[in-house]
Design a protein around this ligand. Structure first.
Ligand code: MN
Length: 130
């Protein structure tokens, strides 16, 4: 829903710009983190409606960060959707096993991305499908 906050965890500035512009255009409040520590610092202050989690980050990976968030009562209920460029067999299963609610592959389709995100937000945790 427009006005909801989406945290984009993404280390690639070009991908971040594309995703941010698309979500902003649809009325979301977009915040970003370039790595796990920036994401954790953000989440200590704010609770986004959804996290778009790049799985390949410098330092702690998106999978590790997701596991850490799921292990913490303060963050375990957050809606987390994995995003990955180099999709390989088993990636989606690994993302779901780590606690991701959904899975998207890059490059994103800018025409349908807003509707995809709205779908995750309306379905909520556990039943979201990418
Ligand atoms: Mn990356």
């Amino acid at each position: 829903m427009a006005g909801e906050t989406v945290l984009v965890v993404e280390d690639n500035p070009i991908n971040l710009k594309l995703v941010s512009a698309t979500l902003s255009h649809d009325g979301y409040v977009v915040c970003s983190a370039a790595n796990a520590s920036e994401a954790l610092a953000f989440l200590a202050r704010q609770r986004p409606a959804l996290i778009l989690m790049d799985l390949h980050l410098p330092g702690m990976s998106g999978l590790e960060l997701t596991r850490q968030l799921r292990a913490d009562p303060a963050t375990r209920d957050l809606l987390i959707v994995a995003v990955t460029a180099a999709a390989m067999k088993g990636d989606e299963e690994r993302a779901r096993a780590a606690g991701c609610d959904g899975y998207l592959t890059k490059p994103i389709d800018v025409r349908s991305f807003g509707a995809t995100i709205a779908g995750f937000l309306s379905r909520g945790r556990g039943v979201a499908r990418g």
